[in-house]
Design a protein around this ligand. Sequence first.
Ligand SMILES: [Zn+2]
Length: 464
Amino acid sequence: MLKAAWGILMIIEGGYLIPVKPRGRIIRDGALVIEEDEIVFVGKRDEARSKYSSDVVIKAPHHVIVPGFVNSHCHLFQSILKNLGVDMDLVEWLRRSIHPALASYNDEDFYVAAKWGLVENLKSGITTIVENHYGPRGYEAVVKALIELRIRAFLARGIYELNVLLDELREEPDQALSHVESLVKKYHGFNNALWIAIAPMHPYNASRDLLLKAKELSDRYGLLYHTHTAESTKDLEFAKKLHGKTDVELLYELKILSSRYHAVHAVNVTPVEIDMVASSRAHVIHNPESNLIIGSGIAPVGEYLKRGVNVALGTDGAASNNNNDIIEAMRFTVLTQRGFRRDPTIVTAWDALEMATINGARALGLEDLIGSLEPGKKADVVIVKLDEPHVYPVNDPLGALVYSANASDVETVILNGEVVVDGGRHVNIDEEALRSRVGKTLERIVDRARNRFGVRFPFEDYIA
Ligand SMILES: [Zn+2]
């Protein structure tokens, strides 16, 4: 693996370099110098050449160099369930497709799916991920994949207590919380690259007691609290029936909203609820494609930004996206807001790039380490080529990235100073071998879901 050894520098010569901080700056003929796992220089190529020399030089003349992306919400097991339950609303999609499939995984299946999803995330330029795994099983398998792929990760440990049809996914709160605690003791801070977060799945799936006990645990260990919030109108109806309040009203009243809280989705909110999110300094995790495909709606991102709310970006699980392409998610973020508000200025390409980088870092409390290209920060770097017919010629490199490019244009990904994607391929994963394992794993899962739960997936109606 190509890595800047001790004292030896890696130099990347662009192309365009977008450091993200300061906002609005793009360096033409830029260069980035990395020593070990740290960025030591960001600036013009000529200045870099006069100060540094190295045998390890990556030339990126027709490229844009940006910070590694932060995927602030994902469910890796879904990476092998793409398009399994198409054309359903959120609750129906979960109950008829995702939950029966999830209850049919064994540990090996979780591991294969997580690995496949991580390869896709890394090839999309994602170097930090919030992996929200749920149900009682599979955590060690997911952790194994996270550690093997060396991605920076928060494992948000999901909990279902109420309103879940399958017994296989339901958990006793105390048991689930003590499992979270054991994960914290074992892995929180592991290798300075893996942390645990706590994640009651939706307020309609949790009693007040569970929500509060999760808060206690979050306070005790300083854990992020990561919960699907005000996602679709249907789950909000369930929440109102259970709690007599909407998600945001309840979480505000219980003082769970805080600067460690991730309001995942936060689509269906009133102006008063936007105020509650803003005043409590909670973060919104925006998942534009999943919100659209499930028909949950369009989150009021423009309003959140105006109120100073930190909005980070996620792909969500690949079964409700249906991929992990965060460049595409940036584009959807801008386009949906503009169409929604009939205002071409409400959210800009700069906003979207910040959501996918520094805002994600801020939501995770890692803004001093990652999220921008600055000396002293960790060397998480993405090099995207801009010379294909769907992108070239480049008038505005930021526009080229956000409005024309996609994940397949990511050529090189550097994670903590190591090249992990080179020429668009993961450097130490045999993708063909893994793909064939994925195909077999999915066949087994679909068979088990059919036999155990009598599920019929939509595709079975029209593929003869
Ligand atoms: Zn989700």
